[in-house]
Write a protein that binds this ligand. Structure first.
Ligand code: CJB
Length: 836
């Protein structure tokens, strides 16, 4: 029986929805008592944080449930963002901001003797991602909600996210990230919507009741996927979308048969192996590990997501041949690409749809974003591993490929080079399934993440796809959400913007352009500098407490925060530090701007060279920071455990943003955008989105250096010899020799040998070729910083021209060009239909 009940509306001032200070104060006490089971006298800070979080969550529920109900309406088209990573950052601050209740909440806490900032610091950020790719997914979820686009993010509820990093004796040490240990107030489990996912086993043929020959999969093992939902509210709108993360559980958590025959450990074994699937995030960034568990993770969450989508579609009363009209599913890199085969299997084997229709539906449902060209990041699975785990999917991949190869043969008259490069199967040695080819073929659109990157996708890894399907590959330049990266991270700057242009800029960042005239206003520049200095002072205090290093807020803050990777060239930055150090030692009166070099980032635990790069930074820091002859003129800081929370401190405090990857290697970068919108100037190569940043801020406000992509390719093709650069540049030689003789390793000439030898003999990322050009650009930056008035002018121009890099712009482009979805306004004053 169906009944109707009145849905409470936001303007009813009850203890779950009300936002007056008095109501909030009462609600907080209520949660502390009834949820945490504590009197205030004995409550811990974490109890107060949890009570606060539940109180804020209450205030989202009505919008959230109204938004979710919309998913089921047959005329609503939904975006589903499939991603193995969501690097969310703390929820509390974002929720307060987007709901517009920060001030009354702050006051209610104050009246209860509590401090909001203090409680916010209690939140363990969910580190369910490695770096740029996972953080992009988080920005996109926030923009989808803010733009009122109905959307669900699907991923994995890793029990342990990206490891916490400690620095001991200058080396990275990894500590397990136990983000769930104190409870997670932001998620709601929905075990009633659990699905079952199969693994292994075999396939068999049979004849169905209509006399048709069919295939079915008999998995050897089944695992249950339990959805955990987290609300993602949009900025000052009623839309609250859902991030649905799946936890793996055993179908039967306890095997009584084994238990009864006395095998106690065997009885819990299946529970353990099933739960392993969502246990831990693989901490490799842009480097495949090829482990079976990783493929299990990928298949697990994608199968859960697709089964969930099918349930939603059928509930909305439609047939599966219109599945693609209901859903636009975005594949965030190739990690969810096995979804192409899984959707085919679900449609054909489980729902009896014909191959041709299923293929059309599949291709029209998916779109694929490529995030990297690095060969070591291109996913492929050996046929034995893939077929062992997913035997039916391998048959489907073969069949897709068979039909595709026929098409290629017709179009290209048996051109064997074309056949072998387009094939879904790599047959050059041991045979592999190529996930980028599967994703490309199974999607109706492919995109790169910056203009240069998208062009390179067309010219390199997907060249033949581009030729065969012109127009299918396009560009959508990445963006970042100004709510987190300006309003939350930099409240002082945000207040200045609001004072000058009103608060509309948070919904339309292009509005900041109107501030450009202030770049020439000395009063405004003074104010601008004061804000930056206050933020730098805050960071200096943090650095002092965290690392014991004293830095001056009047020095140039030169910052490189991102994953540690050879292609990102943190070690090129260090070569510059040593160059400056050497020059200052030789000439103590040298007139250079005092600098603080700040680094942060994690290295994949198995990536030895990256870990050595961290040691290199800290070792150089130890020498430079403690050299009395240098004093305050150079400082080097490695900030441990770089994460989203720390990013929010660091980006606003930077003067100079290091974006120094070898041209052609960084797909886009998004840190580059966060720095620039917070007023840092960039020193960078023509790589990724740097190119577009420079176009907007102008050549004169960007410190450009280095070879361009074509030169990098040409140099490599002609036989690059790093020795030539070493021998012909005395300054470079001096720097390398200083490292080689053990100067930064207490005389140990072996410690950095692997790093230096690699540079001298291979140098795959062309540090030596770009060295001099980098040093020259750094010298220009140094001179420029000494003219503070002009630096402020450039800083203002950088910040106010960054409107393009709001993730709202990126999401609008996805909506228009790829997903074909429109905003839906969520009404709150309606009746909800409830099952009685
Ligand atoms: N990226 O963070 C990752 N991990 C990968 O496995 C592949 C790419 C990064 O994605 C970002 C978002 O598109 C890009 O800005 C960045 O350049 C790329 O390295």
């Amino acid at each position: 029986m169906t009944a109707f009940m009145n849905c409470p509306t936001v303007d009813v001032e009850d203890d779950r929805t009300g936002i007056s200070v008095e109501t909030l104060r009462r609600a907080l006490a209520d949660h502390l008592f009834y949820i945490q089971g504590k009197w205030p006298e004995v409550a811990s800070k974490n109890d107060f944080y949890l009570a606060l979080a539940y109180m804020v969550r209450d205030r989202m529920m009505q919008r959230w449930l109204n938004s979710t109900r919309n998913y089921l309406r047959s005329e609503v088209r939904l975006v589903t963002y499939l991603s193995a990573e969501f690097l969310l950052g703390p929820h509390l601050g974002r929720n307060l901001l987007n709901l517009g209740i920060e001030e009354p909440v702050r006051q209610a806490l104050q009246e209860s003797g509590l401090d909001l900032n203090d409680l916010m610091a209690q939140e363990e950020e969910p580190g369910l991602g490695n770096g740029g790719l996972g953080r992009l997914a988080a920005c996109y979820m926030e923009s989808l909600s803010s733009l009122q686009i109905p959307a669900i993010g699907y991923g994995i509820r890793y029990e342990f996210g990206i490891f916490d990093q400690e620095i001991r004796d200058g080396w990275q040490v990894e500590i397990t990230d136990k983000w769930l240990q104190h409870g997670n107030p932001w998620e709601i489990a929905h075990p009633q919507e659990a699905v079952t996912v199969g693994f292994g086993g075999h396939t068999e043929g049979y004849t169905d009741s209509d006399g048709r020959f069919r295939k079915r999969w008999i998995p050897a093992k089944q695992v249950k996927g339990i959805p955990y939902d987290t609300p993602i509210p949009g900025y000052r709108v009623n839309t609250v979308n859902t991030l649905r993360l799946w936890k793996a559980e055993a179908v039967e958590s306890f095997d009584f048969q084994s238990f009864n025959v006395g095998n106690y450990y065997g009885a819990v074994n299946s529970k353990v192996t099933s739960e392993n699937i969502s246990k831990v995030l693989y901490p490799n960034d842009e480097q495949i590990e090829g482990k079976q568990l990783r493929l299990e993770q990928q298949f697990f969450f994608v199968s859960c997501a697709l089964q969930d989508m099918i349930r939603i579609h059928l509930t909305s009363g439609r047939q599966l041949d219109s599945f693609h009209e209901k859903f636009a599913a975005q594949l965030n890199d190739t990690h969810p690409a096995v979804g192409v085969a899984e959707l085919m299997r679900l449609l054909i084997d489980e729902h009896g749809i014909e191959w041709e229709t299923a293929w059309e539906v599949t291709q029209n449902t998916f779109a694929y974003t490529n995030h990297t060209l690095l060969p070591e990041a291109l996913e492929r699975w050996s046929l034995s591993l893939f077929g062992g785990l997913l035997p039916r999917h391998l048959e489907i991949v073969f069949e897709i490929n068979h039909r595709f190869m026929d098409q290629v043969r017709v179009q290209y008259l048996n051109d064997s080079a074309k056949l072998s490069s387009l094939s879904l199967i790599d047959e050059s040695g041991e045979r592999y399934v190529r996930m980028a080819n599967l994703a490309s073929l199974g999607s109706h659109a492919i995109n790169g993440v910056a203009e240069l990157h998208s062009e390179l996708v067309k010219q390199t890894i997907l060249k033949n796809f581009h030729e065969m399907f012109p127009g299918k590959i396009r560009n959508i330049t990445n963006g970042v959400t100004p709510r987190r990266w300006l309003a939350l991270a930099n409240p002082r700057l945000a207040a200045l913007y609001t004072e000058k242009v009103g608060d509309g800029w948070l919904q339309d960042m292009e509005k900041l352009r109107s501030l450009e005239g202030y770049a020439d206003d000395p009063g405004f520049r003074q104010h601008w500098r004061q804000i930056k200095r206050d933020i730098k002072q805050d960071l200096a205090t943090y650095i002092q407490t965290r690392t014991g290093i004293t830095v001056s807020p009047d020095s140039l803050f030169d910052v490189q925060v991102k994953r540690i990777h050879e292609y990102k060239r943190q070690h090129l930055n260090v070569l510059h530090i040593i160059t400056l150090y050497d020059r200052l030692r030789q000439n103590p009166n040298l007139d250079v701007a005092p600098r603080t070099f700040i680094f942060g980032g994690k290295a994949a635990p198995g990536y030895r060279m990256a870990k050595l790069m961290i040691k290199f930074i800290t070792a150089v820091g130890d020498v430079v920071n403690n050299d009395a002859a240098i004093g305050d003129r150079l400082k080097v800081v490695f900030l441990p455990d770089y994460n989203v929370t720390l990013g929010q401190r660091v980006y606003p405090a930077a003067d100079l943003s290091e974006q120094i990857s070898t041209a052609g290697k960084e797909a886009s970068g998004t840190g580059n955008m966060k720095f620039s919108m917070n007023g840092a100037l960039t020193i960078g190569t023509l790589d990724g989105a740097n190119v577009e940043i420079r176009e907007l801020v102008g050549d004169e406000n960007f410190f450009l250096f280095g070879l361009v992509t074509e030169e990098v390719m040409a140099l490599k093709a002609s036989g690059y010899n790093p020795w030539d650069y070493y021998h012909s540049n005395p300054q470079l030689k001096g720097v390398i020799d200083l490292v080689n003789c053990g100067y930064f390793a207490k005389g140990d000439s072996e410690l950095f040998k692997p790093l230096i030898d690699n540079l001298l003999h291979h140098d795959p990322y062309l540090l030596l070729a770009d060295y001099q050009s980098y040093i020259d650009a750094q010298d220009r930056a140094s001179t420029a910083y000494q003219d503070q008035e002009d630096w402020s002018r450039r800083s203002i121009i950088n910040a106010v021209r960054m409107g393009k890099f709001s993730s709202d712009r990126s999401i609008r482009e996805y909506c228009e060009q790829i997903w074909h979805v429109k905003p839906v306004q969520i009404e709150l004053k309606e009746y909800v239909q409830a099952q009685a």
